[in-house]
Design a protein around this ligand. Structure first.
Ligand code: 5AD
Ligand code: SF4
Length: 478
């Protein structure tokens, strides 16, 4: 390869993969790689894969089939195109990928991205390279920080990984196997990252982890800090207007997190708290370690700390043994909570997980039918939440120019996209917007006088506790 090398990354799945893709770009920038949006002029293509649900690995093999054609074409033109498979499919099926797909030069699991340069060199010298171990050293210590221009190009909202892996072992889930045991990064490292991001114009930080509220990092005082402690520290960083975190487990909601929601205006009142099912019987077989009632009590604790808080969740329909009665319990729970939006999935057996061996499968037709019923209910709650914003004046953090000329788009506290006609100067600012209408999932409005919106809407102007989020991304973990 002769400089400048071009790198194309295709990411599937959760926010952690989006973040990891950026870390891979930062790592390879040190080797003279620049990112390209097109596969055709790339010297290296990385497929950053997801293994959480069905068909993910089949998608990878069909994508590899397409890449083989492009690689052959490049070879005919005297160019070498290197192909790497990263992410959770690489972790779970590394050897199988090497066996089935000769087109692949490098297979790298999520814990080894800092070794990518060496793996590429190895592939160039010896043909192919595979690394899916969980190395003893912490990859975060080796991943280079993003360069200032990369931070600016990525906009005003940024993910920061604070923990990785999961020790919960829900019986349907591959995460504990592909991402490994729960590991938290030290507070000082996270603070450094956020200071650097803030310095380059980032205004919103989403702390990410497969089970983010299990966070227990080494604090600057030598104590173990919880997620609530960490959020409190980050809220002090000048320039950081908004903090979020994802994805949480109901069992790990401690008092410091509740207190953070009570005390920190920067901590957005929107929590993704997956429950998966409303049936205690199914929750037990899923090994969720909580009942539907435990979950409701956790929601109540959040609500008493911050009245304008709203929730989203993940649901699985058709888990082995799920009866109509179990499913009714899920619908009842959704009715009781009133979600701002939620993701629902048909159960898919993941090889190597305990649920994959359970025999009492639910038929495909029943799963389809339950999914439709659940999604209809969630959609109705989501639309009601969005409709309720009309007429209110709410804070929006402006992110970028919209596709419609002259419009700027930002997000509300609840991640609803909101459009106004304004100058691009407002990008990066949190400004009050009088919401006038709703178009599909987007709110439309006008900038309101600065004094009109308090930082936290008063209880009287609250949106109902259900709403949408338009992110098409797969949610991770917990
Ligand atoms: N089948 C269906 N959905 C799953 N999820 C995780 N594993 C499976 C599976 N085997 C869903 C859960 C989780 C979300 C990220 O993906 O709802 O919260
Ligand atoms: Fe862990 Fe969440 Fe997967 Fe359960 S569903 S094992 S909590 S990542």
């Amino acid at each position: 390869m002769s400089p400048p090398h071009k790198l194309h990354i295709k990411s599937y799945g959760c926010q952690m993969n989006v973040y990891d893709a950026q870390r891979m770009v930062d790592t390879l920038a040190g080797e003279g790689f620049v990112e390209t949006a097109s596969i055709d002029d790339a010297d290296l293509v990385i497929l950053n894969t997801c293994h959480i649900r069905e068909k993910a690995s089949e998608k990878v093999y069909s994508e590899l089939g397409r890449l083989r054609v492009i690689k052959d074409e490049a070879a005919r033109n005297g160019r070498t195109l290197y192909i790497a498979v990263a992410g959770c499919v690489a972790q779970a099926e590394g050897q199988e990928i090497i066996r089935r797909a000769p087109v692949v030069d490098v297979v790298v699991g999520p814990q080894s991205y800092h070794h990518l340069p060496q793996l590429l060199t190895q592939a160039k010298r010896h043909g192919r390279a595979l690394e899916t171990e969980f190395p003893v050293e912490d990859k975060f210590g080796f991943l280079p920080p993003p360069k200032p221009d990369a931070i600016r190009a990525r906009g005003i909202s940024s993910f920061v990984t604070v923990q990785e892996g999961c020790d919960k072992f829900c019986t349907f889930c591959v995460v504990p196997y592909t991402r490994g045991a729960e590991v938290s990064r030290p507070v000082a490292k996270i603070v450094d990252d956020v200071l650097r991001l803030a310095d380059h114009g980032v205004r919103e930080i989403t702390l990410i982890g497969q089970n983010v509220n299990a966070y227990h990092g080494e604090g600057s005082d030598g104590r173990v800090w919880s997620l609530g402690d960490l959020l409190r520290r980050l809220a002090d960083i000048p320039g950081i207007a908004r903090l979020r975190y994802s994805t949480s487990h109901p069992r790990d909601v401690d008092e410091t997190l509740i207190a953070a929601h009570r005390d920190l205006p920067a901590l957005m009142p929107f929590v993704h708290l997956p429950v998966q099912s409303g049936s205690d019987r199914i929750l037990a077989v899923m090994n969720r370690k909580h009942t539907a009632d435990d979950y409701c009590r956790v929601i109540d604790r959040f609500r008493s700390a911050r009245q304008d808080i709203a929730f989203s969740s993940d649901f699985i329909v058709g888990f082995p043994g799920e009866t109509e009665e179990d499913f009714q319990a899920t619908l009842a729970l959704v009715m009781q909570i009133g979600y701002a939006g939620a993701y629902s999935f048909k159960y898919s057996p993941r090889p190597g997980t305990p649920a994959a061996d359970m025999q009492e499968t639910v038929s495909a037709a029943e799963m389809d039918e339950r999914l439709v019923r659940l999604q209809e209910l969630i959609d109705s709650q989501q639309s009601a939440f969005n409709q309720a914003a009309i007429g209110n004046t709410i804070d929006v953090l402006f992110e970028r120019a919209a596709r419609n000329p002259g419009q700027i788009v930002g997000r509300t506290a609840y991640l609803q996209p909101a459009h106004v006609t304004a100058s691009p100067d407002i990008i990066g600012q949190v400004l009050p917007v009088k919401i006038e209408s709703l178009e599909r999932y987007s709110l439309l409005g006008q900038l309101a006088p600065a004094s009109a919106a308090p930082a936290v809407p008063p209880a009287s102007s609250q949106m109902p506790l259900s709403q949408m989020i338009d992110s098409a991304q797969t949610r991770m973990g917990a």
